[in-house]
Design a protein around this ligand. Structure first.
Ligand code: PLP
Ligand code: COI
Length: 345
């Protein structure tokens, strides 16, 4: 194994020791296999390849100050995967099986778990569920394959807490009204790529989508939820077309614990002009502050409204939330909410 420079990790794939795999067929899951080869053998007619019968999760394992290894709220990821699978009509692993496989993947890949000193680095777990039997007609797959994948990662964009510029893509949506936006299915990410590619070409790191039905309120970013701070309030959108983020849910609890008001409600676009701080939140992005948010009515057009937050650094309230959640994950403060799940090593 080549030595990893933990300080240089980005959010990209590094091959680890093993991936775990199990398949559901005729009412039962096969014994979990631990594979050193990360290349799958899959029928070319798998539903995942033709009809995007795929959903996934993302969660992180951290090495604590005390040397212990902790997963952050894995049961929540298990439940969300079960919701996504139900939406696709395929079988998902039980919560117990999901968490056990998370722990096994961490144990088998401890070489790739960044040390405590590598601030901002973690072992990212990517549980992935695919429709895996051969099929031609459009229907939910009868067989599914569940993979527990992982990779060491660093910050999603730039450095941790580095503020980014984002764009509102008014004429693009990632999900339809009454569609799949609230489920973590791969198809949602495919639908975000066209606008994300244009945004990247224009120098923006992320795309912010509006609610697809009325285009008057804020939904979420392409790979994270939206939050804003005004005065002592933590404000985040309530919408049926956004992913229920486990990070956001945790930040709401932390904000209330720290004495802030928490508002989860539809957030009209006009309010963007009134916020003190704006950020992305999610497992991969943790908290990523937004410096400039550009509202481009037709993305390619010249017409734009620019909202600016702070001076390019993370705002004080976002920083307080970031510190709390990352300290809790790394065992630096007491886990009063019981969110961490220890992996016995
Ligand atoms: N929204 C989208 C579209 C995402 O891809 C993610 C990432 O998982 C999130 C929100 C944040 O969710 P979580 O905090 O559970 O990672
Ligand atoms: C995560 O934050 O875990 C995600 O799944 C986002 C991902 C699309 C990069």
């Amino acid at each position: 194994m080549t030595k990893i420079d933990w300080s240089k990790l980005t959010f990209s794939y590094t091959k680890t020791n093993t991936i775990l795999s199990t398949s559901y067929r005729d009412g039962a899951w096969s014994p979990v296999e631990s594979l050193t080869d990360d290349t799958l053998r899959l029928t070319s007619f798998a539903g995942a390849l033709h009809y995007a019968i795929e959903c996934f999760e993302g969660l992180k394992a951290f090495r604590g100050k005390d040397g212990k290894v902790r997963l952050f709220r894995p049961e929540e990821n298990a439940r969300r995967l079960q919701r996504s699978a139900k939406y696709l009509g395929i079988e998902a692993p039980s919560t117990e099986m999901f968490v056990e496989m998370c722990k096994q993947a961490v144990r088998e890949n401890l070489d790739f778990l960044p040390p405590y000193e590598a601030t901002g680095a973690s072992l990212y777990l990517r549980p992935t569920l695919i429709g895996s039997n051969p099929q031609l007609g459009v229907q939910s797959s009868k067989e599914s394959t569940f993979l527990m994948l992982c990779s060491p990662v660093g910050a999603y964009t730039g450095g941790a807490l580095e503020a980014i510029d984002c764009v509102i893509a008014r004429n693009y949506d990632r999900a339809a009204p009454n569609g799949s936006g609230a489920f973590k299915v791969g198809g949602n990410y495919a639908c975000s790529l066209c606008s994300l590619n244009i945004a990247h070409e224009l120098g923006y790191k992320a795309v912010l989508y509006l609610d697809p039905a009325t285009k008057t309120t804020i939904d979420e970013f392409n790979s994270s939820n939206f939050f804003a701070i005004r005065g002592n309030s933590y404000i985040t959108p309530k919408s049926d077309s956004i992913l229920p983020s486990i990070t956001n849910m945790s930040l709401e609890t932390v904000a209330a614990h720290l004495g802030m008001e928490v508002e989860r409600r539809p957030v009209p676009v006009e309010e963007l002009a009134t916020f003190d701080e704006v950020g992305e939140c999610g497992t991969a992005v943790v908290i990523t502050p937004v410096h400039k948010l550009v509202d481009k009515p037709f993305l390619e057009s010249e017409e734009e409204t620019v909202y600016t937050y702070g001076d390019g650094m993370c705002g004080p309230k976002s920083l307080r939330l970031y510190n709390y959640i990352t300290q809790l994950q790394r065992g630096e403060i007491e886990d009063i909410f019981g969110w961490n799940v220890e992996v016995e090593i």
